[in-house]
Design a protein around this ligand. Structure first.
Ligand SMILES: Nc1ncnc2c1ncn2[C@@H]1O[C@H](COP(=O)(O)OP(=O)(O)O)[C@@H](O)[C@H]1O
Ligand SMILES: [Mg+2]
Length: 412
Protein backbone atom coordinates (compact mmCIF):
# COMPACT_ATOMS: atom_id res chain seq x y z
CA UNK A 1 0.00 0.00 0.00
CA UNK A 2 1.35 3.41 -0.88
CA UNK A 3 1.71 6.10 1.71
CA UNK A 4 -0.93 8.73 2.12
CA UNK A 5 1.56 11.52 1.60
CA UNK A 6 2.40 10.09 -1.84
CA UNK A 7 -1.24 10.45 -2.77
CA UNK A 8 -1.36 14.01 -1.67
CA UNK A 9 1.69 14.74 -3.81
CA UNK A 10 -0.61 13.93 -6.71
CA UNK A 11 -3.33 16.13 -5.27
CA UNK A 12 -5.49 13.24 -4.18
CA UNK A 13 -7.09 12.97 -0.80
CA UNK A 14 -7.02 9.97 1.45
CA UNK A 15 -9.75 7.56 2.44
CA UNK A 16 -11.66 5.03 0.46
CA UNK A 17 -13.59 6.62 -2.34
CA UNK A 18 -16.90 4.84 -2.50
CA UNK A 19 -18.93 7.75 -3.72
CA UNK A 20 -19.27 8.75 -7.36
CA UNK A 21 -16.91 11.49 -8.48
CA UNK A 22 -17.20 14.38 -10.89
CA UNK A 23 -16.06 12.74 -14.05
CA UNK A 24 -19.15 12.91 -16.17
CA UNK A 25 -18.81 16.36 -17.60
CA UNK A 26 -15.18 16.24 -18.61
CA UNK A 27 -13.96 17.78 -21.80
CA UNK A 28 -11.84 15.38 -23.71
CA UNK A 29 -9.98 17.07 -26.47
CA UNK A 30 -7.15 16.22 -28.74
CA UNK A 31 -7.43 12.46 -29.23
CA UNK A 32 -9.45 12.37 -32.41
CA UNK A 33 -12.11 9.83 -33.16
CA UNK A 34 -10.96 7.56 -30.32
CA UNK A 35 -12.94 9.69 -27.92
CA UNK A 36 -15.90 10.51 -30.08
CA UNK A 37 -18.19 8.28 -28.10
CA UNK A 38 -17.06 9.55 -24.72
CA UNK A 39 -20.61 10.19 -23.47
CA UNK A 40 -21.63 6.62 -24.28
CA UNK A 41 -18.43 5.28 -22.78
CA UNK A 42 -19.33 7.03 -19.54
CA UNK A 43 -22.40 4.82 -19.29
CA UNK A 44 -20.31 1.64 -19.25
CA UNK A 45 -19.87 -0.25 -16.00
CA UNK A 46 -16.44 -1.37 -17.25
CA UNK A 47 -13.41 0.77 -16.60
CA UNK A 48 -12.14 2.12 -19.94
CA UNK A 49 -8.70 3.66 -20.07
CA UNK A 50 -6.55 4.87 -22.90
CA UNK A 51 -2.78 5.34 -22.59
CA UNK A 52 -0.12 6.52 -24.97
CA UNK A 53 2.33 3.73 -25.85
CA UNK A 54 5.31 6.10 -26.19
CA UNK A 55 5.35 7.01 -22.49
CA UNK A 56 2.67 4.92 -20.75
CA UNK A 57 0.73 8.07 -19.73
CA UNK A 58 -3.03 7.83 -19.38
CA UNK A 59 -4.74 10.22 -21.80
CA UNK A 60 -8.36 9.32 -21.18
CA UNK A 61 -10.64 7.34 -18.91
CA UNK A 62 -14.39 6.98 -18.63
CA UNK A 63 -16.46 7.95 -15.63
CA UNK A 64 -16.42 4.43 -14.15
CA UNK A 65 -12.61 4.42 -14.27
CA UNK A 66 -12.47 7.68 -12.29
CA UNK A 67 -15.07 6.55 -9.77
CA UNK A 68 -13.64 3.10 -9.12
CA UNK A 69 -10.04 4.22 -9.01
CA UNK A 70 -10.87 7.22 -6.83
CA UNK A 71 -9.47 9.98 -9.03
CA UNK A 72 -10.87 13.10 -10.58
CA UNK A 73 -10.63 13.02 -14.38
CA UNK A 74 -7.84 15.60 -14.41
CA UNK A 75 -5.86 13.57 -11.88
CA UNK A 76 -6.31 10.27 -13.71
CA UNK A 77 -5.11 11.75 -16.98
CA UNK A 78 -1.87 12.87 -15.36
CA UNK A 79 -0.90 9.39 -14.20
CA UNK A 80 1.33 6.72 -15.64
CA UNK A 81 -0.29 3.31 -16.10
CA UNK A 82 1.93 1.89 -13.35
CA UNK A 83 -0.05 3.93 -10.77
CA UNK A 84 -3.26 2.03 -11.50
CA UNK A 85 -2.04 -1.44 -12.53
CA UNK A 86 -0.31 -3.88 -10.19
CA UNK A 87 3.35 -4.66 -10.92
CA UNK A 88 2.39 -8.10 -12.27
CA UNK A 89 -0.03 -6.58 -14.79
CA UNK A 90 2.51 -3.88 -15.65
CA UNK A 91 5.07 -6.53 -16.61
CA UNK A 92 2.65 -7.67 -19.28
CA UNK A 93 1.68 -4.16 -20.31
CA UNK A 94 5.28 -2.97 -20.78
CA UNK A 95 5.84 -5.54 -23.51
CA UNK A 96 2.70 -4.39 -25.31
CA UNK A 97 3.69 -0.72 -25.37
CA UNK A 98 6.29 -1.46 -28.06
CA UNK A 99 5.36 -2.45 -31.61
CA UNK A 100 7.28 -5.70 -31.21
CA UNK A 101 5.05 -6.87 -28.34
CA UNK A 102 1.67 -8.63 -28.57
CA UNK A 103 -1.17 -6.48 -29.84
CA UNK A 104 -3.89 -8.06 -27.71
CA UNK A 105 -4.01 -9.75 -24.31
CA UNK A 106 -6.68 -10.84 -21.85
CA UNK A 107 -5.53 -11.38 -18.28
CA UNK A 108 -6.81 -11.34 -14.74
CA UNK A 109 -4.98 -9.03 -12.40
CA UNK A 110 -5.22 -6.24 -9.90
CA UNK A 111 -5.89 -2.53 -10.20
CA UNK A 112 -4.67 -0.11 -7.58
CA UNK A 113 -6.97 2.70 -6.39
CA UNK A 114 -5.81 6.14 -5.26
CA UNK A 115 -6.15 4.80 -1.75
CA UNK A 116 -3.73 1.94 -2.45
CA UNK A 117 -6.47 -0.69 -2.34
CA UNK A 118 -6.17 -3.55 -4.85
CA UNK A 119 -9.26 -4.44 -6.92
CA UNK A 120 -9.21 -7.73 -8.83
CA UNK A 121 -10.59 -7.62 -12.37
CA UNK A 122 -10.51 -9.13 -15.83
CA UNK A 123 -8.28 -6.95 -17.97
CA UNK A 124 -8.39 -6.71 -21.75
CA UNK A 125 -5.50 -4.91 -23.45
CA UNK A 126 -5.53 -3.81 -27.07
CA UNK A 127 -2.82 -1.79 -28.82
CA UNK A 128 -4.04 0.44 -31.63
CA UNK A 129 -2.49 2.81 -34.10
CA UNK A 130 -4.31 6.07 -34.75
CA UNK A 131 -3.01 8.70 -37.14
CA UNK A 132 0.60 9.05 -36.08
CA UNK A 133 0.30 7.84 -32.49
CA UNK A 134 0.07 4.45 -30.84
CA UNK A 135 -2.36 3.87 -27.97
CA UNK A 136 -3.05 1.06 -25.54
CA UNK A 137 -6.72 0.57 -24.68
CA UNK A 138 -7.26 -0.99 -21.27
CA UNK A 139 -10.71 -2.40 -20.52
CA UNK A 140 -11.30 -3.68 -17.05
CA UNK A 141 -14.36 -5.73 -16.25
CA UNK A 142 -15.24 -4.99 -12.69
CA UNK A 143 -16.40 -8.34 -11.36
CA UNK A 144 -17.36 -7.09 -7.89
CA UNK A 145 -20.01 -4.60 -9.11
CA UNK A 146 -23.10 -6.49 -8.04
CA UNK A 147 -21.64 -7.09 -4.63
CA UNK A 148 -20.96 -3.38 -4.29
CA UNK A 149 -24.51 -2.45 -5.26
CA UNK A 150 -25.57 -4.58 -2.32
CA UNK A 151 -22.99 -2.91 -0.09
CA UNK A 152 -24.18 0.54 -1.20
CA UNK A 153 -27.70 -0.37 -0.17
CA UNK A 154 -26.51 -1.41 3.25
CA UNK A 155 -24.42 1.75 3.57
CA UNK A 156 -27.45 3.86 2.69
CA UNK A 157 -29.55 2.18 5.37
CA UNK A 158 -26.71 2.77 7.81
CA UNK A 159 -26.59 6.45 6.87
CA UNK A 160 -30.34 6.86 7.38
CA UNK A 161 -30.13 5.24 10.80
CA UNK A 162 -27.18 7.46 11.65
CA UNK A 163 -29.08 10.59 10.52
CA UNK A 164 -32.06 9.62 12.71
CA UNK A 165 -29.81 9.01 15.71
CA UNK A 166 -28.13 12.40 15.22
CA UNK A 167 -31.52 14.09 14.90
CA UNK A 168 -32.59 12.61 18.26
CA UNK A 169 -29.42 13.75 19.98
CA UNK A 170 -29.58 17.23 18.45
CA UNK A 171 -33.26 17.71 19.39
CA UNK A 172 -32.48 16.60 22.92
CA UNK A 173 -29.47 18.94 23.15
CA UNK A 174 -31.51 21.81 21.70
CA UNK A 175 -34.32 21.33 24.26
CA UNK A 176 -31.80 21.23 27.07
CA UNK A 177 -30.05 24.34 25.77
CA UNK A 178 -33.35 26.23 25.62
CA UNK A 179 -34.30 25.43 29.24
CA UNK A 180 -30.77 25.98 30.42
CA UNK A 181 -30.65 29.35 28.70
CA UNK A 182 -33.74 30.52 30.57
CA UNK A 183 -32.15 29.52 33.88
CA UNK A 184 -28.87 31.21 32.95
CA UNK A 185 -30.71 34.46 32.21
CA UNK A 186 -32.09 34.41 35.76
CA UNK A 187 -28.64 33.67 37.23
CA UNK A 188 -26.88 36.38 35.24
CA UNK A 189 -29.65 38.96 35.87
CA UNK A 190 -29.50 38.40 39.60
CA UNK A 191 -25.74 38.34 39.76
CA UNK A 192 -25.63 41.71 38.00
CA UNK A 193 -28.03 43.19 40.56
CA UNK A 194 -25.95 41.68 43.34
CA UNK A 195 -22.80 43.23 41.80
CA UNK A 196 -24.44 46.65 41.70
CA UNK A 197 -25.69 46.50 45.28
CA UNK A 198 -22.55 45.00 46.75
CA UNK A 199 -20.21 47.25 48.73
CA UNK A 200 -18.01 44.45 50.09
CA UNK A 201 -14.61 44.24 48.30
CA UNK A 202 -14.15 40.59 49.35
CA UNK A 203 -17.46 39.54 47.85
CA UNK A 204 -16.68 41.33 44.57
CA UNK A 205 -14.10 38.67 43.61
CA UNK A 206 -16.65 35.87 44.05
CA UNK A 207 -19.31 37.76 42.12
CA UNK A 208 -16.90 38.29 39.23
CA UNK A 209 -16.05 34.55 39.19
CA UNK A 210 -19.75 33.69 38.97
CA UNK A 211 -20.24 36.28 36.20
CA UNK A 212 -17.35 34.78 34.22
CA UNK A 213 -18.68 31.23 34.61
CA UNK A 214 -22.16 32.36 33.57
CA UNK A 215 -20.72 33.98 30.47
CA UNK A 216 -18.82 30.81 29.50
CA UNK A 217 -21.96 28.73 30.13
CA UNK A 218 -24.10 31.00 27.97
CA UNK A 219 -21.54 30.83 25.13
CA UNK A 220 -21.72 27.05 25.31
CA UNK A 221 -25.52 27.14 25.32
CA UNK A 222 -25.40 29.50 22.36
CA UNK A 223 -23.32 26.99 20.37
CA UNK A 224 -25.74 24.22 21.25
CA UNK A 225 -28.65 26.36 20.11
CA UNK A 226 -26.86 27.02 16.82
CA UNK A 227 -26.62 23.28 16.30
CA UNK A 228 -30.25 22.59 17.08
CA UNK A 229 -31.76 25.56 15.25
CA UNK A 230 -33.24 24.51 11.95
CA UNK A 231 -33.27 26.59 8.79
CA UNK A 232 -33.00 29.92 10.57
CA UNK A 233 -29.94 31.03 8.69
CA UNK A 234 -29.86 34.00 6.38
CA UNK A 235 -28.71 32.70 3.05
CA UNK A 236 -27.03 34.48 0.17
CA UNK A 237 -24.99 33.47 -2.81
CA UNK A 238 -21.67 32.28 -1.39
CA UNK A 239 -18.61 31.11 -3.28
CA UNK A 240 -16.98 28.32 -1.33
CA UNK A 241 -13.53 29.00 -2.83
CA UNK A 242 -13.64 32.53 -1.35
CA UNK A 243 -14.64 31.15 2.04
CA UNK A 244 -11.73 28.70 2.00
CA UNK A 245 -9.19 31.34 0.96
CA UNK A 246 -10.49 33.83 3.52
CA UNK A 247 -10.34 31.44 6.49
CA UNK A 248 -6.87 30.26 5.44
CA UNK A 249 -5.75 33.89 5.24
CA UNK A 250 -7.11 34.65 8.69
CA UNK A 251 -5.62 31.51 10.23
CA UNK A 252 -2.29 31.71 8.40
CA UNK A 253 -0.20 32.42 11.46
CA UNK A 254 -1.77 29.44 13.29
CA UNK A 255 -0.65 26.94 10.64
CA UNK A 256 2.74 25.46 11.58
CA UNK A 257 5.56 25.78 9.06
CA UNK A 258 5.76 22.05 8.48
CA UNK A 259 2.09 21.76 7.57
CA UNK A 260 1.61 22.06 3.81
CA UNK A 261 -1.82 23.13 2.59
CA UNK A 262 -2.60 22.06 -1.00
CA UNK A 263 -5.48 23.84 -2.67
CA UNK A 264 -7.16 22.42 -5.73
CA UNK A 265 -10.04 24.83 -6.21
CA UNK A 266 -12.13 24.74 -9.34
CA UNK A 267 -12.07 28.34 -10.61
CA UNK A 268 -15.37 27.94 -12.46
CA UNK A 269 -17.20 26.63 -9.39
CA UNK A 270 -20.79 27.92 -9.13
CA UNK A 271 -22.01 29.49 -5.90
CA UNK A 272 -24.20 27.96 -3.23
CA UNK A 273 -27.08 29.52 -1.33
CA UNK A 274 -25.61 29.69 2.14
CA UNK A 275 -24.99 31.54 5.33
CA UNK A 276 -21.44 32.79 4.73
CA UNK A 277 -20.58 33.03 8.42
CA UNK A 278 -21.63 29.45 9.01
CA UNK A 279 -19.66 28.27 5.99
CA UNK A 280 -16.59 29.98 7.45
CA UNK A 281 -17.32 28.30 10.76
CA UNK A 282 -17.55 24.92 9.03
CA UNK A 283 -14.18 25.35 7.31
CA UNK A 284 -12.60 26.78 10.45
CA UNK A 285 -13.71 23.76 12.53
CA UNK A 286 -12.34 21.30 9.97
CA UNK A 287 -9.06 23.19 9.82
CA UNK A 288 -8.76 23.29 13.59
CA UNK A 289 -9.33 19.54 13.90
CA UNK A 290 -6.88 18.80 11.09
CA UNK A 291 -4.20 20.92 12.77
CA UNK A 292 -4.83 19.06 16.05
CA UNK A 293 -4.57 15.72 14.23
CA UNK A 294 -1.40 16.70 12.36
CA UNK A 295 0.46 17.70 15.48
CA UNK A 296 2.78 20.15 13.76
CA UNK A 297 3.55 18.45 10.45
CA UNK A 298 1.93 16.86 7.41
CA UNK A 299 -0.44 17.88 4.64
CA UNK A 300 -3.90 19.27 4.29
CA UNK A 301 -5.55 18.90 0.91
CA UNK A 302 -8.59 20.99 0.05
CA UNK A 303 -10.41 20.50 -3.25
CA UNK A 304 -13.60 21.84 -4.81
CA UNK A 305 -15.33 20.90 -8.03
CA UNK A 306 -18.72 20.73 -9.65
CA UNK A 307 -20.50 17.41 -9.52
CA UNK A 308 -23.60 16.58 -11.47
CA UNK A 309 -25.72 14.04 -9.59
CA UNK A 310 -27.84 11.79 -11.72
CA UNK A 311 -30.96 10.37 -10.07
CA UNK A 312 -29.04 7.13 -9.52
CA UNK A 313 -26.15 8.98 -7.86
CA UNK A 314 -28.53 11.09 -5.77
CA UNK A 315 -30.21 7.96 -4.52
CA UNK A 316 -26.87 6.73 -3.20
CA UNK A 317 -26.71 9.87 -1.00
CA UNK A 318 -30.03 9.31 0.71
CA UNK A 319 -32.26 12.35 0.45
CA UNK A 320 -30.37 14.50 -2.08
CA UNK A 321 -32.14 15.64 -5.21
CA UNK A 322 -30.51 15.06 -8.62
CA UNK A 323 -28.77 18.12 -10.09
CA UNK A 324 -25.57 20.13 -9.92
CA UNK A 325 -23.65 20.13 -6.62
CA UNK A 326 -20.57 21.85 -5.31
CA UNK A 327 -18.29 19.15 -4.07
CA UNK A 328 -15.76 20.03 -1.42
CA UNK A 329 -13.25 17.67 0.13
CA UNK A 330 -10.96 18.27 3.05
CA UNK A 331 -8.23 15.75 3.81
CA UNK A 332 -5.37 15.62 6.25
CA UNK A 333 -2.51 13.18 6.75
CA UNK A 334 -2.89 13.33 10.52
CA UNK A 335 -3.38 10.62 13.10
CA UNK A 336 -6.72 9.43 11.73
CA UNK A 337 -9.40 7.73 13.79
CA UNK A 338 -10.42 4.25 14.76
CA UNK A 339 -13.92 3.20 13.69
CA UNK A 340 -15.42 3.61 17.19
CA UNK A 341 -14.36 7.27 17.18
CA UNK A 342 -15.29 7.96 13.54
CA UNK A 343 -18.88 6.81 14.02
CA UNK A 344 -19.40 9.28 16.90
CA UNK A 345 -17.63 12.43 15.72
CA UNK A 346 -20.80 14.36 14.83
CA UNK A 347 -22.37 13.86 18.26
CA UNK A 348 -22.51 17.01 20.39
CA UNK A 349 -19.93 16.89 23.20
CA UNK A 350 -18.10 13.88 21.78
CA UNK A 351 -14.38 14.55 22.11
CA UNK A 352 -11.20 12.52 22.51
CA UNK A 353 -9.26 15.61 23.54
CA UNK A 354 -8.16 16.48 27.08
CA UNK A 355 -10.48 18.60 29.21
CA UNK A 356 -9.96 22.22 28.23
CA UNK A 357 -8.64 21.32 24.77
CA UNK A 358 -11.84 20.18 23.09
CA UNK A 359 -15.53 20.91 23.58
CA UNK A 360 -16.79 18.20 21.24
CA UNK A 361 -18.97 20.78 19.46
CA UNK A 362 -16.85 21.41 16.34
CA UNK A 363 -18.15 18.62 14.15
CA UNK A 364 -21.71 18.65 15.47
CA UNK A 365 -21.77 22.28 14.34
CA UNK A 366 -20.43 21.15 10.95
CA UNK A 367 -23.14 18.49 10.76
CA UNK A 368 -25.89 21.00 11.61
CA UNK A 369 -24.64 23.49 9.02
CA UNK A 370 -24.57 20.80 6.33
CA UNK A 371 -28.08 19.69 7.23
CA UNK A 372 -29.36 23.28 7.09
CA UNK A 373 -27.90 23.74 3.63
CA UNK A 374 -29.48 20.56 2.25
CA UNK A 375 -25.99 19.16 1.85
CA UNK A 376 -24.29 15.89 2.56
CA UNK A 377 -21.16 14.97 4.49
CA UNK A 378 -19.16 11.77 4.83
CA UNK A 379 -15.98 11.05 6.70
CA UNK A 380 -13.40 8.36 5.97
CA UNK A 381 -10.46 7.84 8.20
CA UNK A 382 -7.55 5.45 8.57
CA UNK A 383 -5.68 5.36 11.88
CA UNK A 384 -2.12 6.55 11.38
CA UNK A 385 -2.80 7.75 7.84
CA UNK A 386 -5.35 10.51 7.80
CA UNK A 387 -8.91 11.66 7.47
CA UNK A 388 -11.04 12.87 4.59
CA UNK A 389 -14.30 14.77 4.84
CA UNK A 390 -16.40 15.09 1.70
CA UNK A 391 -19.24 17.54 1.30
CA UNK A 392 -21.89 18.18 -1.30
CA UNK A 393 -23.94 21.38 -1.41
CA UNK A 394 -26.60 22.18 -4.02
CA UNK A 395 -25.02 24.46 -6.64
CA UNK A 396 -26.82 27.60 -7.71
CA UNK A 397 -26.23 28.76 -11.27
CA UNK A 398 -25.74 32.57 -11.15
CA UNK A 399 -28.78 33.09 -13.39
CA UNK A 400 -31.03 31.31 -10.90
CA UNK A 401 -30.07 33.50 -7.92
CA UNK A 402 -32.87 35.81 -6.78
CA UNK A 403 -31.94 39.49 -7.28
CA UNK A 404 -31.95 40.24 -3.54
CA UNK A 405 -29.38 37.53 -2.92
CA UNK A 406 -26.93 38.61 -5.58
CA UNK A 407 -23.63 40.34 -4.93
CA UNK A 408 -23.56 39.38 -1.28
CA UNK A 409 -21.03 36.61 -1.58
CA UNK A 410 -17.61 36.94 0.02
CA UNK A 411 -19.02 39.19 2.73
CA UNK A 412 -19.01 36.39 5.28
N1 LIG B 1 -9.20 15.55 11.24
C1 LIG B 1 -9.34 14.72 12.29
N2 LIG B 1 -8.44 13.73 12.52
C2 LIG B 1 -8.58 12.90 13.56
N3 LIG B 1 -9.59 12.96 14.46
C3 LIG B 1 -10.51 13.92 14.28
C4 LIG B 1 -10.44 14.85 13.20
N4 LIG B 1 -11.51 15.66 13.28
C5 LIG B 1 -12.20 15.27 14.36
N5 LIG B 1 -11.62 14.24 14.98
C6 LIG B 1 -12.12 13.51 16.17
O1 LIG B 1 -13.46 13.91 16.39
C7 LIG B 1 -13.62 14.40 17.72
C8 LIG B 1 -14.72 15.45 17.71
O2 LIG B 1 -14.31 16.61 17.01
P1 LIG B 1 -14.99 18.00 17.34
O3 LIG B 1 -16.47 17.82 17.29
O4 LIG B 1 -14.40 19.06 16.49
O5 LIG B 1 -14.62 18.25 18.86
P2 LIG B 1 -13.22 18.61 19.53
O6 LIG B 1 -12.27 19.05 18.45
O7 LIG B 1 -13.55 19.71 20.46
O8 LIG B 1 -12.78 17.36 20.21
C9 LIG B 1 -12.22 14.90 18.10
O9 LIG B 1 -12.06 14.91 19.51
C10 LIG B 1 -11.34 13.86 17.43
O10 LIG B 1 -11.26 12.68 18.19
MG1 LIG C 1 -12.82 20.42 17.02
Amino acid sequence: MRHTSDHLEEGVDVGEQTLPTACSSVSRAGHGDLLRFSKILDLSHDLLILAECSNGRIVDGNRTACTRLGYEYDQLTRLHLDRILSSRVMERVRGMLTLQGAEFAEITGELITSFGEGIPGEIVLQRMLREDACYLAVVIRDSGRLMRVQEDKLRLEQQLLEARRMETIITFAGGLAHDFNNLLQIVSGNIQILGLKNRDANLKRHIQAIEQATLTASQLVQRLRTISRKGERSKHLVHLNDVIREVLRLRKQHIPEKVVVDLQLDSSLPGILADGVHMEQLFFNLLQNALDALDGQGRIHVATCLQELSSEDAHAYGDLKPGPYVRFSFADTGQGMVEEVRTRIFEPFFTTKKAGEGTGLGLSTVYAIVRDHEGHVTCRSVPGQGTTFRFLFPAVPEAAVPQEHRGMDSQA
